[in-house]
Design a protein. Sequence first.
Length: 592
Amino acid sequence: MKQTPTSQPAAHRGWRAGLLGAAALLLTACGACEAQAPQTAVQQYGQLKVSGNKIVDKNNQPVSLAGNSLFWSNPGWGPYNDYYNANTVGWLKNSWNAKIVRIAMGVEEGGQGGRPYLFDKAANLAKVRTVVNACLAQGIYVIIDWHTHHAEDYQAEAITFFKQMATEFGDKPNVIYEVYNEPRPDGATEWNNVIKPYAEAVAGAIRAIDPDNLIIVGTPLYSQRVDLAADNPITKYSNIAYTLHFYAAFQPHQQPLIDIAQKALDKGVALFVTEWGTVQNTGAGAPDPVWTEKWMTFLKKNSISHANWAMVNKDEGASALVPGAPNSGPWSDSYLTASGKLVKGYIQNWNGTATPTPPTPQPPTTGSTTKVEAESYNAMNGVRTQPTTDTGGGLNVGYLDAGDWMAYTITVPTAGTYRIDYRVASLNGGGRISLEQNSGTTFLGTVTVPKTNGWQTWTTISQTVTLQAGRQDIAIGVPAGGYNVNWWSFTKVNSTNRAASSESVATASQPTTLALYPNPTQEQLTVTLPAADGTLQLTVFNAQGRAVISRAVAGQPGAQQLRMPIAALEPGSYLVQVSGSGTSQTSRFVIQ
């Protein structure tokens, strides 16, 4: 095991980004309690199975999962499938509270240029495996979808594919097979003579390898006519549910489709909404919040799981992300479309079962504290952990350099003033902690780390901030490094004790004046630099940590603006670092 360093850590070389599984933290009235990692969705619900017209968990209780569908996997369709990565899965699980992710593996649509599965099996299989393994690591469910409107034309290929998936992942309760996305034709004849025989053939191949994981079967008319499947359900194999798709702003998908779904439920079949949207069935238009709410009420009432279409930055109403949004989180709400914001709220607050929502926790009383282990981040850049000799043992976070950060997802039950305590150690001092939100574009304040004369000689420093109520992302940024962090904590305070600290106090500074506009951008970035009496060094790093722009700028008594052409840079996420004259500040921007 790595030993505690006896000298200041060497500079971290390059940026390292990735998601690690961690708990979403709840600030409750628990009097100096430590946040505990909750069960994952799969630990909580276990093996899913069909019981009557419900999908039930390991305890035979009805369960309703909420999550997201990815866009078509086709590698030839540009950036839209770049979200097939572990970062996306981790962010959806930790920030959105998603309990299921759907893989929409394109089969033939797009042809040679689109590179769907039939034209590029290796690339599509790699994408599928990446997302499945990420879901396994995060402990959430994953739908492997044969995403086509003509599955019966590719039955042999479907059997080969699903046998391979069952062989690789069939022993994992996380995995769900969707053998047909959306059959186009309508009618009982289509179901009885085409869709059902195809589904039975593929289900038989899966069941020969995997006897129990859930199988979902598409239904006629783009998976709307679940009533036709209910009239003649598949009985050869168990644990079969039926696909229902809807788009809330499309009138035929409103009360008429709810009535069809209810008929199917009344006939005793289980439904699974593997794709739905807030907009028109074409994917275009604005969200319809009224009918979205009616559908959510129907799904909740009937314990029906659902995955929203789609986690992508395509320029259309159904997309969760705006054009130009990076393919690597964290994503602040500024990156979300109107649909994305609406859907995020539903997924974050989905209860998961048809039982009543538990009572809302009472807000923390003044003086109650929630302690957060520093290593329990859900995303980070550039940090490492090591054993600590501080009270309680465990791990601390170290090797912190300027530009590093750690992101957490928390729920604040009530708005108000909080004292933030940081447990730190530093041989030489001079480092700084920046408390940030909105992907590093909102700064709540900074605090200076004192010299403690050792990397395992610990003290507690504090700052006071105002937090809004609700689930939110918050990060510890590192404007200047050279220190370790063991834990940090939130304490609700009032106006008379807001300056209190257990050992030493440092006052939070005013928000930084470093600002970037517009963001996202395309050809030019306006950088507002802080006041300085000496030379400032401005450096722009790409996502791989390579400096792509570096220049010295003469400081001014007040803030100054610098217009910087960036058209020559590739689209993606970048970090601006400004240092010198006693300041070191960072902010991020995106090039579309």
